[in-house]
Design a protein around this ligand. Structure first.
Ligand code: NAI
Length: 347
């Protein structure tokens, strides 16, 4: 662990970092709670192979702070947290996830956890066996999480089109969707239903084969989607997709997708702005599942998908309006707005 842990926590206002070690399963995990002042902290479990423990710690801090920003932007009575489970040989997955579940249960409702990279329905069911403070992947849970994310992205796209052109008019729009996974597939279907022309790429050949008859989209090879002329490019696969090499090749007017952390480095948001591409910040646009999950846990109701989508759109509108009036990059304005809302609720 870097010695600067307490400095970092103090500087960014973190509340707590729990280091979990379970000899029987081999589990080594960090639970970071950035903020639980206005309500419980929410954040999924990321399982990843880290070269050094410091990388895992940085990830836990960075990701939990990002969750606080998302909650503040969406005016959710909740804050940010995250679990990072260090992957490695000999890890007994079920026992490891169950030990995380017991640790979350001990936090007695200050922190709720859920899905993230390498943590899906199977892993959540192991956690759920130990704690109620987790997204239940079964019929008793919040459900429709990917649908909520896709709807938020779709309505956020409409807000972006309105802000650029003063109209949506899907019938004359072309959208490129990168990745037809849980969110990308639903988003593509929604766009086709609205009358847009959709071009898509998908890295998994089996998935391409399975989806062939289900979607009226034009498939292109992964990699070539970046250079397709289009109105909107929707990254719905992995993060870090926007960097020096890819930004030069883009032939879209708007980037709006579900993938987390699309900007490889923060200055790439400014680079997009300079190139005249409107970037809809992912940390605002992909919050549909968070809204649905948090409202389910906090108020015990499943907020309807269109209502969730409208909340996301309203947040996107706030960012776009301010960025436009100040002539500044949306990526910068989005972070600033989130930090202002976070500071206001902590005051
Ligand atoms: P997923 O794993 O179901 O789908 C991702 C798809 O992208 C897969 O089908 C994969 O084969 C494909 N893919 C990977 N690399 C690719 C490439 N280079 N080119 C084309 N296709 C590629 O994930 P899901 O749930 O659809 O999420 C998509 C993104 O949105 C992820 O980055 C995720 O972190 C983010 N996200 C998802 C949320 C949700 O509600 N599922 C919520 C917030 C963010």
């Amino acid at each position: 662990m870097p010695l600067q842990l307490f400095d970092a926590m103090g500087r960014e206002g973190f509340e707590e970092v729990v280091a979990l070690h379970d000899g029987a399963s081999g589990a080594r995990a960090l639970i970071a709670v950035h903020d639980s002042q206005v309500g419980p902290a929410f954040g999924g479990i990321r399982r990843w192979t880290y070269e050094a423990e410091s990388g895992a710690l940085l990830d836990a801090l960075r990701l939990s702070r990002a969750m606080s920003r998302k909650c503040a932007l969406l005016h959710l009575p909740a804050g940010g947290g995250k679990v990072v489970l260090l992957d490695g040989e000999g890890l007994d997955l079920e026992a490891a996830y169950r030990s995380i579940g017991r640790a979350v249960e001990r936090m007695a409702g200050r922190f709720y956890t859920g899905p993230d990279v390498n943590t899906g329905a199977q892993e959540l069911s192991w956690v759920h066996a130990e704690t109620r403070y987790v997204t239940d992947p079964g019929p008793e849970g919040p459900g429709e999480l990917s649908a909520c994310t896709a709807e938020g992205v779709f309505l956020g796209m409409e807000a972006a089109l309105l802000s650029l052109d003063g109209e949506v008019d899907w019938g004359r729009r072309t959208v490129v969707v990168q990745g037809l996974g849980a969110v990308g597939f639903l988003l593509a279907a929604r766009l086709v239903g609205a009358g847009a022309r959709v071009i898509a790429s998908e890295a998994d050949p089996q998935r391409v084969h399975d989806l062939a008859d289900q979607l009226d989209v034009e498939m292109v090879d992964p990699g070539s989607e970046l250079t397709q002329p289009c109105d909107l490019f929707a990254p719905c696969a992995m993060g870090g997709i926007l960097h020096d090499l890819t930004i030069e090749r883009l032939r879209c007017r708007i980037v709006a997708g579900a993938a987390n952390n699309q900007l490889s480095r923060s200055h790439h948001g400014e680079q997009l702005h300079e190139r005249g591409v409107l970037f809809v910040p992912d940390f605002a646009l992909n919050t549909g599942a968070l809204v649905r999950g948090a409202m389910f846990h906090l108020e015990g109701r499943r907020e309807p998908v269109p209502v969730v989508g409208a909340r996301v759109r309203s947040c996107v509108e706030d960012i776009l309006a301010r960025a436009l009036s100040e002539g500044r990059p949306t990526s910068v304005v989005g972070v600033q707005l989130a930090d202002e809302r976070l500071a206001a609720r902590r005051a």
